[in-house]
Every structure is written in structure tokens, then in C-alpha cells.
Design a protein around this ligand. Sequence first.
Ligand code: B12
Ligand code: SF4
Ligand code: SF4
Length: 384
Amino acid sequence: MDTSSRRELADWIKREARALGFALVGITTAEPFLEAEQRALAWLREGRQGEMAWLTPQRMRLAARPTELLPGARSVIVVGASYRQEPETAPAAAGPLGRIARYAGGEDYHDLLRARMAVLVDRLTHHLGVRPRTRLFVDSSPLLEREAAARAGLGFYGKNSMLLSPGGSYTLLGAIVTDLELEPDTPVVKDCGQCRLCLDACPTGALYDGHAVDATRCLSYLTIELRGPIPTELRPALGNWIFGCDVCQEVCPYNRGRGPLPLDGLRARPSPGPQPALIPLLELDQARFSALFRGSPVKRAKRRGLVRNVAVALGNSGDPAAVPALVRALADPEPLVRGHVAWALGRLSGGQAVSALRGALALEVDPWVRAELAAALRAAQRVP
Ligand code: B12
Ligand code: SF4
Ligand code: SF4
């Protein structure tokens, strides 16, 4: 294909992608991402991935080499879907409220983006009269998506490690690796300058080294990916985040102003909403959890993970109205939940908390929960 045909096809793809609702679209070559690979391998060597055991050096090497992901690959089409929205609009619920990261308020973006990208490939097939070889990536398969997006000219790395484009960072990325030869875009040469708002705002100091995140400290990891107990010293930093965290994006000047409208389906569902009441969530059983979060990214945390986070957020709320619900939750079937509920009661203290913790300690058999109960009892008794 000559240069003008490559450019024409690239332009056609971009028009179609925008018509499908993608706020961002760009193209890069299938050359390997060698510098990013080195950064990713260093990140792994330093143990920044925590317990995300699926992030292995082998996977990172693959993720940096589109031609190994699709033999014969020549180009990568990268799309970005906006999920920009204000969560602060009229919290309807009473009592202590939690927060769910904006990206997780709507439908599961993996399915949503993948379906639109598949339509793009179908239209491309129709346009060309022949089906090109393609492989679609949305988050869960190996491909360094931010790196692909940066090289495809969608934006640049912010100090919060997000891909920043002129419309901000509230975008989810997807990539189509293909054997088509397309005219590539040029990367954006830009940086954050002297700004360091996100570095100062991160509740746990998870941002380091200019543009990287230590996942083991990031609330997004702690509330979604971490399956076991949240380290005690980081629990207060959760504040009321119960699934993900948007702090380093909320403070970013690139996210001020209007920006692109969210893709249909990525708007927050009315229930449970972006700032749900915490007490009803603490009381969710498995059936109600499954019904409430069907088709939502929140299901990734599983019931036990979400209720664990809710317990921590209630402990952080300082609201004594949470004590009776927490006392009931000391009987939760999951030891993980009981241990965090104990911590929350220790923080809220008061006579009812102390006697419930004593009673639970007398009955508890799980050694980890016993240790949490004992520590919580000491904490609750210390507070006047
Ligand atoms: C694992 C993962 C996480 C982990 C680890 C995050 C991390 N930064 O690595 C956790 C669970 C913490 C996480 C959190 C979030 N994630 Co996440 N996550 C991923 C996933 C699946 C893999 C990322 C990965 O490989 N990390 C390893 C590191 C080494 O690679 P990297 O993230 O690309 O980091 C690059 C930078 O650190 C950069 N870098 C490092 N040093 C330097 C220095 C310089 C000078 C430069 C220029 C660059 C640079 O190089 C690295 C390699 O390219 C990707 C999807 C994918 N397949 O890429 C989504 C993805 C990155 N996540 C995404 C989102 C939305 C989030 C959250 C906002 C969700 C939330 N609200 O809670 C937070 C944001 C946290 C943050 N500030 O980054 C989006 C980001 C979209 C965007 N516009 O940037 C992605 C792309 C998913 C998607 N398909 O849209 N995530
Ligand atoms: S998502 Fe939250 S915890 Fe993670 S780096 Fe950003 S501000 Fe810090
Ligand atoms: S808050 Fe400032 S430093 Fe952080 S990503 Fe945004 S512009 Fe860059």
C-alpha cells in the first residue's frame, strides 16, 4: 500500500471509530515498546505489582511486542472511551456514604469497548471487502495499553501515570492489533511541567519516580485486586473509597472543564450510584451482591472484597450510627469481613463496640480474626 492509501485508510478508520463513540483514536506501528518493557520489568523486580501474580516478566515481554501477540502485525489502532462524569451530583442516600471510582460506575467496560471495537472491525471488513487479521485488547489481555496510546498520539504520561489527553484522563483504552499497514500518528511531546498536584494528593504516597505507581500502596489495588487483608497501616487512607480511587485524577487540571461526553453505558448506574450508602452494602449477602453488580466492574472485588472495603470505610467514617450494623456484621460468614469489621469497631469505639468485640472474641476460632478482634478491643478501650 502506498503512503496516500495508508493515510486514507487510517483516516477512514478514525472517522468510523469516532462515529462509534470513541473520544480518542490514533494509530501506531507494531514495533516493540522496548523502553516501556524495561520500565515494566524494573517495576516487577521492585515488587510494585504486589499479589497480582499474573503480571509476570514473560507477560510484560509479550505485552511490549505486538508482533508476538499477532504474528504478522503491522499496526495498532488505539481507541479511548470517555467515562467522564461528576459523582458529586445529589447523593440521595442518608448515613455514611462510600465512593466508587468513576470508571466502575456503569457497565463493564471490557465488554462494552470490545463490542464496539468488533463493530469497527466488521465495518472495516465491509469497507475493504476482505477481513483483516486483528486481535482486540481491552485491559485484561497482555498489551501495554498506555504505552500504545502514548505512541499513537492519544496523549502523554502524567505524573499520576495516567494517559493525559487534552480532554483529561477519564478515558478507558482499547487496542486493535492488525496486519493492515496504516499511516501511524506522531506521539505527543508534552509533560506535566512543574505541576505536582497528584503526587501531593495521593492518600498513600503511591506515586513515585515521576510517572509510576506502586500498586502495593494504591487504593485501586487495595480495594479491587488484593484478595486478603488490607494492611492495617493503610486502612485509614482508604477514607470512604470502597472500589478504586480517583484522587490523582480529580486534582488534575486536565480534568477540569467539560471534556468529552461519556460513552453510552459508561455513565454511572442509578443503583447503587457513585456514592452509595455504606450500611446497606455491609449487609449484602451473596445473592443481593450478584444482583446489584451484575454486568458491573465492581463484581471483580467479589462480595467478600467489597464488604471488607465497606467495613473499613465505616471505620473511617467516625459515625457512631454505623456501630449496630457493624456489630451484626461480626457474624459475617467470611473471616476476611469479620476481621475488618472488628478493626472498624475498634476505631469507632464506645460501650456497644467494646462489649460486642468481647463477645465475638469469646466465640471466634479463626486465628487471624482473633488477632484483629484483640487489637480492636485494645483500640476501643484506649479511646475515652
Ligand atoms: C495492572 C493495572 C493496574 C494496577 C497497577 C497500575 C499501574 N500503574 O501499573 C492498579 C490496580 C493499581 C491499577 C489502577 C488503576 N487503573 Co489500571 N491497569 C492495569 C493494567 C491491567 C496493566 C498495567 C500494567 O501493565 N502496569 C505495569 C506498569 C509498569 O505499566 P503501565 O501502567 O503501562 O506504566 C507505565 C508508566 O509507569 C510508564 N512510566 C514509568 N516511568 C516512567 C517515566 C517516564 C519518563 C515516562 C514517560 C513513563 C514512565 O511506563 C510504564 C510502562 O509503559 C492496565 C491495562 C493494560 N493492559 O495496560 C490498566 C489501566 C492502566 N488502568 C486503568 C485505570 C482506569 C486505572 C485506575 C484509574 C482505576 C481506578 N480509578 O481505580 C487506577 C489508576 C491508578 C494510576 N494512577 O495509575 C486504565 C488507564 C487509562 C488511562 N487513561 O490511562 C488502563 C489502561 C485500563 C484500560 N484499558 O483503560 N491498574
Ligand atoms: S488511584 Fe488513588 S491511591 Fe492510586 S495512585 Fe492515584 S491517588 Fe494514589
Ligand atoms: S495533577 Fe499535575 S502532575 Fe499530576 S498528572 Fe495532572 S498535570 Fe500532571
